[in-house]
Ligand binder design. Sequence first.
Ligand code: HEM
Ligand SMILES: NC(=O)CCn1cnc2ccccc21
Length: 290
Amino acid sequence: IVHMAQEIKDKSEKDYQEVYNAIAVKLREEDEFDGYIGYGPVLTRLAWHSSGTWDKNNNTGGSFGGTYQFQKESNDPSNKGLHNGAEFLAPIHKQFPWLSHGDLYTLGGVVAIQELQGPVIPWRPGRVDLPEDMTPDNGRLPDAVYGADYVRNFFKRLDLNDQEVVALMGAHCLGRTHLQNTGFDGPWGAASNTFTNEFFLNLLNENWKLEKNEAKNMQWNSPKGYMMLPTDHALIEDDKYMAYVKLYATNNDKFFEDFAKAFKKLLEGGITFPQSTPTYRFETLDSQGL
Ligand code: HEM
Ligand SMILES: NC(=O)CCn1cnc2ccccc21
């Protein structure tokens, strides 16, 4: 299967910046969601989950077809809670009906990272909605209960190496776990809506204890009330992953640079872009004085 991005002839950088700004203004205004965390984290997770269904071996799934819009995919138990992100984006789709669902879900994640003071994520348009029967089966997204070997093997299907995996996991600086979504409990105190390298500093500096939570799942908790999933903690149990955790804990610029590259790669998995497709680097609201 080839997913060839369409050439968008009648839309300019200004048009896409207008979509970016509409999402960013709504993100700034609707700040009360999830105990004043806001929609940034769930939009980031929606962009990742709509892309993380890709299988490089047969080029099925991925962000191209926008199939998260179909219940077969949005009802995947792995996607519990993401409807909040999709409902947030629905009015944006109404306002800009020419934007495909695949472009909408991935752009939502780009806006979230950039507006939460993270790095600029270069982004390309041209994903094309696929029919419902092209929706990938459930079960392509990762479980949180396993260790380093599982994580390494899982991300091979997405063509992502150790360095890219550790950089991407740094997005767990945002938001929180919700017992009713995934069976992991998240501390209110530590949840954040600012993109930083805190995740790596916490992994290295906190005193982690493996405990059974209210849903009978094992998770790592710290005296400060932070938590880590088993797949998070795996990054300091494995020497190769540990080297990158230390790099990103001590070099925020390097983390930002590597995260931006890996997140773009994740959001474009399986897509062939025509040479003529522009790569957009959007301005934040702040940098536009808005
Ligand atoms: C081994 C891979 C991963 C596993 C097992 C995993 C698992 C989880 C789980 C269980 C939650 C809690 C969801 C909830 O209860 O609402 C979560 C939240 C989140 N994940 Fe991951 N994740 C992984 C990788 C990623 C990646 C690669 C990204 C993005 C680059 C990401 C971004 C997020 C964000 C932003 C949240 C917070 C969502 C919110 O606050 O609503 N995760 N993840
Ligand atoms: N700062 C915290 O204790 C929560 C950080 N955190 C760790 N693993 C996570 C997975 C998802 C969301 C937030 C996460």
